[in-house]
Design a protein around this ligand. Structure first.
Ligand SMILES: Cc1ncc(COP(=O)(O)O)c(C=O)c1O
Length: 346
């Protein structure tokens, strides 16, 4: 049973509220009339900030949510006879209700991954039927940064994937719902894990890092963006009151708010992992490199734990749970939760 109260938990970074600076930006933008659909000063300023972070020639399009960003970004780079290669744990593979397949027509080819990451060696065998009309044609490598398992690709790993993709007439797509957490974890600029390593298409996350809603599709190659305004409209993701997404991004990308929020969430995940590790019946199962902590918890205790702190069981077979921290997680939240875990699990 999911707790229905507003109690703070570790179920998802989506469960957090909105950062006060973002909320203030929404309120400030609520001033008079501006032209709809993005032809406004808020959007111009937000796009400028994206260009400062990611490169002056990037093409940026705001959309309502992360699934939409992934689906539409992937559609821009594919035709329906293409294959999109991803980790089996990828959000596009397991958490988007088949939307990428439905809207792109492409076949998703998942690679089994222990830590949410994929490598060139795993992709190579999938390229053996290139040019053969009976087979879907690999066109996109899609990775998540940070991954759904809380791990993070190093810049060199992304560079290797991008080079391999480009050498084989493919594109590198990054589901960056948590790109801020990854950049904060690596202590690098956003550009160092996108533009500088050869990413072609990026879904840039906002909601998990303090925004109310809104994500961006970023193209590093202008030609991919050529028809995207039509793709976005047909794909039902052209926000009429765009200014309210733009204003949020303006707040997030100003004064390094994106980095401060992500660093905080990551630090809280480290603390949570350290505290959980001290409980002998709990084992951390993944490297804690962003804002997620994965741990096995004795199955018999899960219902009692969830009654007070709802969380998701990620892998029932090994009784592995996922705990997420967010920009507003406090040390007190962690000590209260860990005390509860100790009481229940012993
Ligand atoms: C890795 C990843 N990508 C994308 C999304 C975006 O999903 P949504 O459509 O709910 O905004 C999520 C949300 O949980 C996610 O974890």
């Amino acid at each position: 049973m999911k707790a229905r109260t507003n109690s703070r938990s570790f179920a998802s970074d989506n469960n957090a509220g909105v950062h006060p600076a973002v909320m203030a930006a929404i309120a400030n933008a609520n001033d008079g009339h501006v032209i709809a659909y993005g032809d406004d000063d808020y959007t111009e300023r937000a796009v400028k900030l994206f260009r400062q972070q990611l490169g002056k020639d990037v093409q940026v399009f705001f959309v309502f949510g992360g699934t939409g960003a992934n689906v539409l970004g992937l559609k821009a780079g594919t035709a329906s006879h293409h294959a999109i290669i991803c980790a089996h744990t990828a959000h596009i593979n397991v958490d988007e209700c088949g939307a990428p397949e439905k809207f792109t027509g492409c076949k998703l080819v998942p690679i089994v991954s222990a830590d949410g990451k994929i490598t060139v060696d795993q992709i190579k065998p999938l390229l053996h039927e290139v040019g053969f009309e009976h087979h879907v044609q690999p066109r996109v490598i899609s990775v998540s940064q940070a991954t759904e398992m809380g791990t993070v690709y190093k810049p060199a790993e992304l560079k290797t994937l991008a080079k391999f993709a480009h050498d084989n007439n493919m594109l590198l797509h990054v589901d960056g719902a948590r790109i801020a957490n990854a950049a904060a974890s690596l202590n690098v600029k956003l550009k160092a894990i996108t533009r500088d390593v050869g990413v072609d298409i990026l879904s840039f996350g906002g909601a998990k890092n303090g925004m109310m809603y809104g994500e961006a599709v970023v193209f590093f190659d202008e030609s991919l963006a050529r028809d995207f305004k039509y793709t976005r409209k047909q794909g039902t993701h052209l926000p009429s009151k765009m200014r309210f997404i733009s204003a949020q991004f303006e707040a997030l990308l100003s004064n390094e708010l994106w980095r401060r929020n992500a660093e905080h969430a990551n630090r809280m995940a480290q603390l949570l992992a350290r505290e959980l590790e001290k409980i002998s019946r709990i084992t951390i199962t993944q490297k804690v490199e962003s804002n997620g902590v994965f741990a096995t918890v004795p199955a018999k205790h899960i219902p009692a734990l969830q009654r007070k702190y709802f969380f998701y069981v990620w892998n029932e077979a090994i009784s592995e749970a996922r705990f997420m921290t967010s920009f507003d997680t406090t040390e007190e939240d962690i000590s209260n939760f860990v005390a509860h875990v100790r009481k229940v699990v012993g």
